[in-house]
Design a protein around this ligand. Structure first.
Ligand code: AMP
Length: 112
């Protein structure tokens, strides 16, 4: 069981800002921006590189829910960054697909 599955099962605490049938969104424990949220599918898709055709609805849902959370949390207009770290070079630490939503500071490019 990944740490995110334990959060979904309420076995470990998290500050949850959104939950529906397909996904959950909560604050990252080690924020890299004034607002740093994680959006996680309830079905454990390991990473983008292992997603399957049947995950299409869930993958689309995650982006639309990112928009909804950004609106609800008040950073839709000011902007935000969505990050998915995939695999070793991508900096992935938790093998359960998640979108990072980073907001409330000016992001730089290229990313580190
Ligand atoms: P990644 O490197 O893309 O796999 O990101 C994993 C993220 O999960 C990191 O930003 C961590 O800070 C975050 N994280 C790890 N454990 C927890 C936790 N218990 N609650 C919230 N966020 C966590």
């Amino acid at each position: 069981m990944t740490i995110f599955e334990k959060i979904i099962a309420r076995e470990i605490p998290a500050t949850i800002v959104h939950e529906d049938d397909l996904c959950i969104c909560f604050h990252d424990i080690s924020p890299q921006a004034p607002t740093h949220l994680l959006m996680v599918p309830k079905k454990r898709i390991v990473r983008v590189g292992e997603a399957e055709a049947e995950d299409k609805e869930t993958l689309g849902h995650l982006l639309l829910m990112a928009q909804e959370v950004a609106r609800n949390e008040g950073f839709l207009e000011s902007g935000f960054r969505v990050v998915i770290n995939n695999g070793s070079d991508g900096g992935e630490a938790v093998p359960h697909l998640h979108l990072h939503l980073l907001a409330r500071r000016k992001m730089s490019w290229p990313p580190g």
